[in-house]
Design a protein around this ligand. Structure first.
Ligand code: ZN
Length: 385
């Protein structure tokens, strides 16, 4: 990343977002595209489509070129968080949680509070109910630091876990209230910008979705539109995510060629292209594994019959759960800032751009493997005798 890319990344990471309360992020994406003269528009669900100015342009690009499939890059604009529900007295309100969350050390934990206009202040959790399966908060009460915040209806408020700042850096680690999946949004916008600067006409679209954390709601709404062509003209969907760090997917060792998630493995031919690309562009500086710490939008695409692959950036303290601990963590499984490594994000940008190279062999992804195996097989043929 150069310094202006780092600045843009931090700007996105600082934006408030929660499921269905993504407007600061979608507004940023729209403004970024406008400034960079990249066409974009909203689909009927409010997902942002990057790289086409309207539905007609989308359909033309979606058919791909004669030789190359559309690469449809997908990232989500939300992050687990709460929606205000009702005011309780002078300075407290009840809220509903959406998505994953820490489940310990919650009382007294700091939260940021925003409305459609942006950040409005902060508060702390006074009580929280946990889902009976034990994996996340369902309901909580929050005491606002400034009671003035409740002059507006509680239902207009939303928020998430807050820390010393929305984003800060320590060495190569970038800490934030939410890297998942704002890093993915950043990578797709930067890819669009790089293609724009190169005057590329290759088939690219970005799909920045809403409500991913509660079951890919934006992505599913988009797939249900039926805008993507079936059969031989199918796109290659590329999920761009941050994913819970796992053995073999270590923070700082490079982006991960994501072979699958907790739900399914991904498209073998597409993964063969991505694997060869990563070996060429990031030798020794990428990782490769099934990231089964969570499910991603590539699984949703697969369920809708679309070939899909994934790239992940290893994520510390996934969904603000203190798995890795560190700065501002309130204890094991307690609230903690998410963090990513700057080099992993740089590697992600290289892979995203690389996937837009011409002649990657999407139509016959196993050609090199087949040639190598055939050559080896001929060497041993006399052993059959
Ligand atoms: Zn995510």
């Amino acid at each position: 990343m150069n310094t202006s890319q780092e600045r843009r990344l931090k700007k996105i990471l600082a934006l408030p977002t929660a499921p269905f309360r993504e407007n600061a992020v979608t507004a940023y994406a729209t403004e970024f595209c406008g400034r960079s003269r990249i066409p974009c528009f909203n689909d009927p669900a409010g997902n942002v489509i990057v790289g086409a100015k309207d539905r007609a342009a989308y359909r033309t690009i979606a058919r791909g070129t004669a030789r190359e499939p559309l690469r449809l890059f997908i990232a989500h604009t939300d992050h687990p968080g709460f929606h205000g529900l009702e005011r309780l007295g002078r300075n407290r309100f009840k809220a509903i949680w959406h998505g994953g969350s820490p489940v310990k050390h919650l009382r007294g934990a700091r939260v940021w509070i925003a409305d459609q206009a942006g950040y409005q202040g902060h508060g702390e959790i006074t009580s929280a109910k946990i889902h009976k399966a034990g994996y996340a908060i369902t309901e909580l009460t929050i005491r606002a630091a400034d009671p003035g915040i409740l002059e507006r209806p509680a239902k207009s408020l939303f928020g998430g876990f807050g820390f010393r700042a929305p984003v800060w850096q320590s060495g190569e680690r970038i800490y934030t209230k939410a890297a998942d999946d704002l890093v993915g949004v950043f990578a797709i916008l930067e890819t669009a910008l790089a293609l724009k600067k190169a005057r590329s006409r290759r088939p690219f679209l970005g799909l920045l979705t809403r409500g991913e954390e509660v079951g890919f709601v934006g992505a599913v709404a988009h797939f249900e539109l039926g805008w993507l062509p079936p059969g031989k003209k199918q796109p290659m969907c590329v999920s761009v995510e941050t994913s819970r760090t796992l053995p073999g997917a270590i923070i700082g060792k490079g982006p991960v060629v994501r072979l699958g998630d907790r739900r399914t493995v991904f498209d073998p031919a597409g993964l063969s292209v991505l694997t060869e690309l990563a070996a060429r562009l990031l030798p020794g500086k990428h990782q490769r594994r099934i990231m089964d710490g969570g499910v991603c939008e590539a699984a949703a695409a697969t369920a809708w019959g679309l070939p899909a692959i994934g790239i992940s950036v290893p994520l510390g303290n996934y969904h603000n759960q203190g798995f890795e601990g560190g700065a501002d963590c309130r204890g094991p499984q307690g609230p903690a800032p998410e963090f990513v490594h700057a080099d992993d994000v740089s590697g992600l940008l290289r892979l995203c751009r690389g996937l837009m190279e011409p002649r990657l062999g999407w139509d016959d992804a196993w050609r090199t493997t087949r040639a190598r195996l055939a050559k080896n097989s001929r060497r041993y043929r006399r052993e059959f005798a």
